[in-house]
Design a protein around this ligand. Sequence first.
Ligand SMILES: Cc1ncc(COP(=O)(O)O)c(C=O)c1O
Length: 420
Amino acid sequence: MSPTASKQQSFPLAFSTKTIHCEPDAQTGAVVPPLCLSSTFTYKSVTKPNQYEYARDGNPNRNHLEEVLGSLEDGQPALCYASGSAATAAAIQSLGSGAHILLMEDVYSGTSDYVLKIASENQLLQSTFLDLVESTDQEIYDAIKENTKLIWIESPTNPTLRIVSVPRLVRIAKSHPSKPLVLIDSTFASPYFTNPISQGVDIVLHSVTKYINGHSDVLMGALIVRKGLDDVFRKLKQLQVSGGYVPSPFDCYLTLRGLKTLSVRALQHGRNALAISRFLSTHPAVEKATYPGLSTHAQQETVKASLSPQVLKDLKKIKWDEEEEGGVPFGGVVSFRIKGGAEAAGKFLLASKLFALAESLGGVESLAEVAAQMSHHQIPEEERLRLGITPDLIRMSVGIEDVDDLIRDIDQALEVSQRV
Ligand SMILES: Cc1ncc(COP(=O)(O)O)c(C=O)c1O
């Protein structure tokens, strides 16, 4: 049951084909790879294992998923972990003792928590959090130290949706004598919208929990390492297996199923999110709406330069008129500041019928939350405000429902939110 990506092809397969195709199971002919729950596998003889030995080292469902994810990012086979946070922990642990890490200042709060509260103590990790969007090349260069082993980008950022220029960061990293690796947490973009390895990054991290699985029923993370970085891959694989940070076969099975529709889902998430952000941008109850695909977004040129070949092809096929549409689809998350502060935000979220009041993102159903009180509550208030995570900031994970229904629902909830 190996993915087609490993088959000899007479022509290179496009992204959306790779998400779907696999060879039928050799024994049964099953088109869908069977779920293999066995924790252990027989040996042919004492010294000759079969393809698998013990499920923590590898099992058919996980290996299949890892091959497909790796080929989607054009890297080595992915390494899947029990959550995005486990993948984060493994990536940071792989730096060893006494290293320095330079991070985008508004990374996911779980990432900054791990760096500041665990790695700083357990592995004496030094860290610098820097604004990698506004800082000059020189400021970024100067923040890299002799012992800097990794630059940690997250883009788009959560929940303010700022975009880091990956080629710029890669150029600066490569020009520094410390030669730090560059990792991007590309969870918000998913492998559909951007392929950061083609832009020069060394490691891509995904919270698979979000768009890759796409149905809000799996927790998983993945790291994809650039081809040729074999030592890095080996260390991360060792952490995956020896640390036992592995996902279950059933979660891999579900993720493979969800992944098959990533292209169509992601494009629809993006189209809905763009339409909603345009609606919000002119609404009198809205202070400001942010969406990276909007032509008015401050880093719109960086977004456009990072679009994957599959997105460009899909947009061409549907004769996408960027000017008329007000931008390009880019992820499914929209943030906006509502007039009336935290109280209005609370009223809006309770009045909405189609946006479930919940954290997380990337599932087919729409969700919304107040970041300051929910996903980002552990960040001290002063720091939150400095990062633009104000009490009136609502983060929406736009699903793939009918967009007219979503807009009608937002409109009525905004009206309720402004009542005195
Ligand atoms: C950008 C980003 N990275 C990593 C994570 C952690 O992933 P998980 O929840 O799968 O552990 C999240 C979770 O929200 C996230 O938003």
